[in-house]
Ligand binder design. Structure first.
Ligand code: ADP
Ligand code: MG
Length: 386
């Protein structure tokens, strides 16, 4: 089974031709909209650029990014459906740039299931083996094994329209894994499912990954998917990699402001353009933080720095920085306390919910905040972590 390596890969999609019933002004407008995409060249939209990464055999990597950030493009390049305009792709140090999709031993699972509507669940799962002319008697035990692993044993005679969304996606996963591919590519597979089903399928997917020892590359815009599934997260924005690190590092040491804001819920609190005093300290919620020598060196212009702190790293105590409660929310086992400080600046504080505490914070109540100064995230004016 291969390690996959991408080296300085770029993908450009040609601008769409605007033909037909548009008048000149409309055509102009459509072309301008395409050129207004974050990155374009003369030839078209740059969907991915300068992308280098190595994915080891058996890893579970999540590619996380907003819509349009190039996630599907990356999967299409790995699967061979698309050839990069620049850069190289290697499977186990073998140049795969010109190896067609059908010779790559990858399988793909899509958001919209892509099942055969007129075939039973059994036939849908068996299909990849049937096209390989595997003998019937060998197919059956494998289909039953997959059905067992994905809890579909009692659904084998049903047709796709008789299944729930979660069941359809389990059939799609069973069908992709029955070939025992060396790489499974999953393109937002749980996007159409409700949160409860997502949670259940995440767990199943983790178990399948362990059972199959196959490389899983899972693409999503959902940070919950990323944090719960990944060994490692690659963050994309506008076709450019923002971070490639372990899940813990992505959460604890976001490389830039984009990563800091995109990962974690509720979103990180931010203090903009905080002044650094002459003795290299900053003041946050009434407490001082002294910049390390490393941090001091990284500040290029003294235009102030952006300081982030997660809600879980602020505590409400008897004494501290005064704030007023706006409202509270209960999300799973957390209570999110929305407060305002100074001239209406809004912050969120997160506490664990225990039954008795539910009504502890009321709108309009004055509370006192203490920030954990070891958990600050500092970013320069370009948004890079310092
Ligand atoms: P994601 O999967 O993260 O939503 P995509 O990889 O689908 O992003 O798309 C990245 C960028 O490339 C987007 O700006 C998108 O509009 C553009 N794009 C994707 N596919 C095509 C295509 N076939 N033709 C033209 N532009 C495309
Ligand atoms: Mg996509």
């Amino acid at each position: 089974m291969p390690d996959i390596r991408l080296n300085d890969v770029a993908m450009i999609y040609p601008f769409q031709k605007v033909t037909g019933l548009f008048d000149r002004k409309q055509k102009q407008l459509i072309l301008e909209q395409q050129k207004a995409m974050p990155y374009t060249s003369n030839e078209g939209v740059i969907a991915l650029q300068h992308f280098s990464a190595e994915i080891k055999n058996g890893e579970f990597v999540v590619v996380l990014g907003p819509s349009g950030s190039g996630k599907s493009t990356l999967l299409r390049i790995i699967s061979g459906l698309e050839r990069p305009v620049v850069g190289d792709i290697y499977f186990d140090n073998k140049d795969y740039k010109f190896v067609p999709a059908q010779d790559r031993d990858t399988a793909m699972v899509f958001q919209n299931y892509a099942l055969y509507p007129n075939q039973t669940v059994y036939r849908n799962i068996a299909f990849p083996l049937e096209v390989k002319h595997v003998p019937r008697e060998e197919i059956e035990p494998q289909v039953r094994k997959m059905a067992r692993m994905l809890e579909l044993e009692d659904k084998l005679n049903r047709f796709p329209h008789e299944l729930s969304g979660g069941e359809k996606q389990r059939v799609a996963i069973a069908r992709s894994l029955i070939k025992d591919p060396s790489v499974l590519l999953l393109d937002e597979p749980f996007a159409n499912l409700d949160p409860l089903m997502r949670g259940k399928l995440r767990k199943q997917l983790k178990e399948l990954h362990q059972a199959f020892n196959t490389t899983f590359i899972y693409v999503t815009h959902d940070q919950y998917d990323a944090l719960s599934l990944a060994d490692r997260i690659i963050i994309l924005k506008d076709g450019i990699m923002q971070m490639d690190d372990t899940t813990a590092n992505v959460y604890n040491y976001p490389a830039n402001r984009f990563c800091a804001e995109f990962v974690g819920s509720p979103a990180m609190n931010f203090f903009e353009a905080v002044k650094v005093s002459r003795n290299n300290t900053i003041s946050i919620l009434g407490r001082e933080y002294h910049l390390t020598t490393g941090q001091q060196k990284k500040i290029r212009k003294n235009t102030g720095i952006d300081v982030g702190i997660r809600g879980v790293d602020i505590t409400i105590k008897d004494e501290g920085y005064p704030a007023v409660v706006s409202y509270t929310e209960i999300i799973e086992s957390d209570i999110i306390i929305h407060v305002t400080v100074d001239e209406g600046k809004e912050l969120t504080v997160v506490e664990k919910l225990n039954n008795a505490d539910e009504m502890k914070y009321l709108a309009g109540q004055e509370v006192h905040l203490v920030a954990d100064m070891d958990r600050l995230h500092l970013f320069d004016s370009d948004g890079d972590r310092i």
